[in-house]
Design a protein around this ligand. Structure first.
Ligand code: NAD
Length: 484
């Protein structure tokens, strides 16, 4: 069978050429497709096309017309739902059920939500009373921010890319997108659908490649802003690159998220919730829990229950009827996660379960699987407790009182999310208010309402996206002041 070659999409043209890089399945190590590398000229052409498109038919559309087009786009994704599921699953190896229930529905919702919000967005106004009796009517006018560089990671490829594209396009911007080198397929399919529904040429451009190609994009002086999701150190590097041009940035970065289980928690709900927050998507969600703090009075019971849950999880291929946990994204990423198996032992951790690569005796042995892993016994300054691992792993520590655990949760360079498990309502509010993260969940995890702010503090990010926060980032406001 002929190998598929994924194209770039620049100024409404699909471009297939050499050189190309390999897209490898994390399930069995086999070639999925070849991907066209963007060179610097391609990236510059994409930015130029995006710049020109701001003044084309796209720039002349009313918010209602743009909104109608984005809803048409959402309908077209829905019409090719299973193609998108297949694209996401072949690159990530995640269970089909996850792509069907999370990735693709959320991508559709990202377009529909922001299509509606941008249409109903209102400007603000106020009247100034001057000493000479004259007055000013002040009102705001929102304009597109311009050409946006959208750079996305591999862990929730289409979901995270469209989380930026929905608001960016609905506010009239044009974009140059770079998906991760690990997950180029769903973004390429999205380009096909953009083309098919008639998004004007140059509005959405797609380039493929690694960090170097991402840098071609951020180094281009003609972009107006960068919306980036990925590792904190990549964010730092992008920030340096765009500093001279004083470009706006919105960064959703790494995490080392905690879950706190109080003695009064609904025990079974907490075990199920922490198992999900630690092992869902093979631990590859920026919001996953890698630090668990459990009240000492229920510590042993909790560790035993989470161990049983972790050991019951079924690892397998995406189409396995019982599969709950897929592989990591790549062998390279597995090397990183497995290096922490070694570090944990060197640091003196007690291995409760996992801490190794499984053997299946079939072609999955060519994949990038690891066992769900639980450790205990380390001090808070251990690397296992401080560094983002981004795998199906967690360390569980006992705690004695609320003030102590709040301090320990906040003792991190990251600050993305935290989950509290308690039936005491007053405690949940009191503690949540003192946790230094962008999101605190109580008795739940990964509960998302697209209107709410999403983002992190400290090394976990800059700014917030979601609802009005996204519309604010992806637009410029001019205050018009009229004297009368
Ligand atoms: P990464 O930073 O390695 O790569 C992200 C993207 O940036 C990729 O497209 C990559 O090719 C590109 N890139 C790499 N170097 C670049 C550079 N110097 N200039 C421009 N672009 C560059 O991240 P990853 O490994 O793909 O994703 C995992 C990370 O993302 C984890 O740290 C995770 O916590 C984080 N993440 C955060 C959120 C959030 O919302 N806060 C969500 C998902 C993932």
């Amino acid at each position: 069978m002929e190998t598929t070659v994924l194209p770039l999409y620049i100024n409404g043209e699909f471009i297939r050429k050499s050189p190309q890089f390999d897209n490898i399945s994390p399930v069995n190590g086999q070639l999925v497709s070849k991907v066209t590398y963007a060179d610097r000229a391609d990236v510059d052409n994409a930015v130029a096309a995006a710049r020109a498109a701001l003044d084309g038919p796209w720039g002349e559309m009313t918010p209602e017309q743009r909104s109608a087009l984005l809803n048409k786009l959402a309908d077209a994704i829905e019409a090719r739902f299973e193609d998108f599921v297949a694209a996401e699953v072949q690159d990530t190896g995640r269970p089909l059920s996850v792509a069907r229930s999370l990735d693709i529905p959320r991508a559709i919702a990202n377009f529909r939500t922001f299509a509606d919000m941008s249409k109903t967005n209102v400007s603000t106004s106020c009247i100034t009373y001057n000493a000479d009796g004259s007055q000013l009517i002040n009102y705001t006018v929102r304009k597109p921010l311009g050409v946006i560089a959208v750079i996305a990671p591999w862990n929730l490829p289409l979901l995270l890319m469209t989380w930026k594209l929905g608001p960016a396009l609905s506010m009239g911007n044009t974009v140059v997108c770079k998906p991760s080198e690990e997950t180029p397929s769903s973004a390429t399919l999205l380009a096909e659908v953009m083309d098919q529904v008639g998004i004007p040429k140059g509005v959405f451009n797609l380039i493929h490649g690694y960090g170097r190609e991402g840098e071609y994009l951020t180094q281009n002086k003609d972009i107006d802003a960068v919306s980036f999701t990925g590792e904190s150190r990549t964010g730092a590097s992008i920030m340096k690159t765009v500093a001279d041009g004083v470009k706006e940035v919105s960064f959703e970065l790494g995490g080392k998220n905690a879950a706190v289980v109080f003695a009064d928690a609904d025990f079974d709900a907490a075990v199920a919730g922490v198992a999900r927050s630690s092992f869902f998507n093979t631990g590859q969600v920026c919001m996953c829990t890698e630090r668990v703090y459990v009240h000492r009075s229920i510590f042993d019971k909790f560790v035993a229950a989470l161990k049983a849950k972790a050991e019951s999880l079924v690892l397998g291929a995406p189409d396995g009827a019982d599969t709950e946990v897929g592989p990591l994204i790549s062998h390279k990423h597995r090397e990183k996660v497995a290096s922490y198996f070694k570090i944990a032992v060197e640091e003196g951790a007690t291995v409760v379960t996992g801490n190794r690569i499984p053997e299946f005796g079939d072609d999955k042995d060519g994949g990038a699987f690891v066992l769900p892993t639980i450790w205990t016994g380390l001090n808070d300054d251990a690397r296992i407790i401080q560094e983002e691992i981004f795998g199906p792993v967690c360390h569980i520590s006992p705690f004695d009182d609320d003030a102590e655990v709040i301090k320990r949760v906040n003792d991190s360079k990251y600050g993305l999310v935290c989950s509290l498990w308690t039936t005491n309502v007053a405690r949940s509010h009191r503690v949540a208010g003192q946790i230094h993260t962008g999101i605190v969940w109580v008795n739940t995890w990964f509960a998302r309402d697209l209107r709410t702010p999403f983002g992190g503090v400290k090394a976990s990010g800059i700014g917030r996206e979601g609802g009005q926060y996204s519309l604010d980032f992806f637009s410029e406001i001019t205050n018009v002041s009229v004297k009368y």
